[in-house]
Write a protein that binds this ligand. Structure first.
Ligand SMILES: [Zn+2]
Length: 327
């Protein structure tokens, strides 16, 4: 089976609605598919995401009734087992046009499988196929959040049982969408089938680009349910759910020429090494930042020269680091 690998990336995400908090993106995958020699299976794609610490929701179907859906159960179990703290199993209902009784039976079967595997009842769902979405007379008891099939949205129109997903026509369009959503205090949901991640496809370009943006801390990846809770119940700006306030410290960064010690304008970049905070400033000789405590990699760049330093920020003592630029 083909292990998933990143293809080459052209673009990087450059926005931030509320610095230093990174804009939010959610990874979801519809169905479990087998791969082939050239195409990674859903298992391999989920393995790739979780190997990079990225949470993902996989919406599972019951497709094979033999022996109590043993095949579906086995697939779902191996995917969940990759990283139980990062993988969420959600429900994939029947296509549009089925009756409430048929939908309820499918929901019960899938819920039982998910509960066997995770010890939790599923609360997330994806609608199936073109034109599908919430239907009159059809309900899914216990489901709190459902991914719709629409891209369109406007501020204050999101519905928990019909949330929009990102258009996958191009990286630029996906970026615009993420930017607009986050500016409105909302997360952006990426929704793909692993079958669509063939080499050279536009879905693959968007997927790979967003993965790299997350890994390199230009975007933060949230679990679907966590993002929905923030979208619908607030806490969007700060984005970190904690019981105590975040401790902060003060860091000042300055730059001098190595020879002569004269102030020199540089581009500053600050990245938390074990978290999601990133902030930058351009064309400055000195700048002070108030940041969550933690370990940071900071750098100063001018022309072809970049100087990097690892710093540990605590709440009691501020830091003033001076880059000596060999220019
Ligand atoms: Zn589907």
């Amino acid at each position: 089976m083909a292990a998933y690998r990143l293809s080459s990336i052209q673009k990087t995400y450059k926005f931030s609605a509320n610095p230093p908090v990174l804009d939010k993106v959610v990874f979801t995958i519809d169905h479990i598919h087998a791969g082939d020699h050239h195409l990674s299976s859903t298992y391999e794609v989920v393995k790739f995401l979780t190997d990079h610490g990225i949470p993902v929701t996989v919406f599972i179907q019951c497709s094979n009734p033999s022996n109590d859906y043993e095949f579906d159960r086995h697939n779902a179990r191996s995917i969940y087992g990759l990283a139980p703290h990062l993988v969420t199993l959600g429900v994939h209902p029947l296509p549009k046009g089925h009756s409430q009784a048929q939908q309820r039976d499918a929901l019960n079967n899938i819920s039982r499988i998910i509960q066997d595997i995770t010890r939790k009842r599923p609360v997330t769902l994806s609608y199936h196929g073109s034109g599908a979405g919430p239907m009159r007379g059809i309900s899914f008891p216990g489901i709190k959040f459902a991914r719709g099939v629409q891209h369109a949205w406007a501020v204050n129109t999101d519905k928990p049982l019909d949330t929009p997903v990102m258009p996958l026509v191009s990286v630029s369009r996906a970026y615009e969408y993420i930017h607009e959503r986050n500016n409105a205090g909302l997360s952006a949901t990426l929704f793909v089938h692993s079958l669509e991640l063939r080499h050279g496809s536009r879905q693959r370009r968007v997927f790979d680009t967003l993965v790299r943006d997350v890994v390199q801390r230009r975007l933060q990846a949230l679990a679907y349910q966590q993002a929905m809770q923030q979208d619908f119940h607030g806490g969007g700006g700060a984005s970190v759910v904690t019981t105590s306030p975040i401790e902060t410290g003060v860091m000042r960064l300055s730059a001098l020429t190595k020879e002569g010690k004269r102030p020199i304008p540089v581009n500053l970049s600050i990245k938390q090494r074990d978290g999601h905070y990133a902030v930058s400033a351009s064309n400055t000789t000195s700048r002070q930042f108030s940041l969550p405590v933690g370990n940071y990699r900071v750098s100063a760049q001018t022309g072809q020269v970049t100087e990097t330093k690892d710093l540990s920020l605590n709440p009691r003592q501020g830091i003033h680091h001076i880059f000596l630029m060999p220019v």
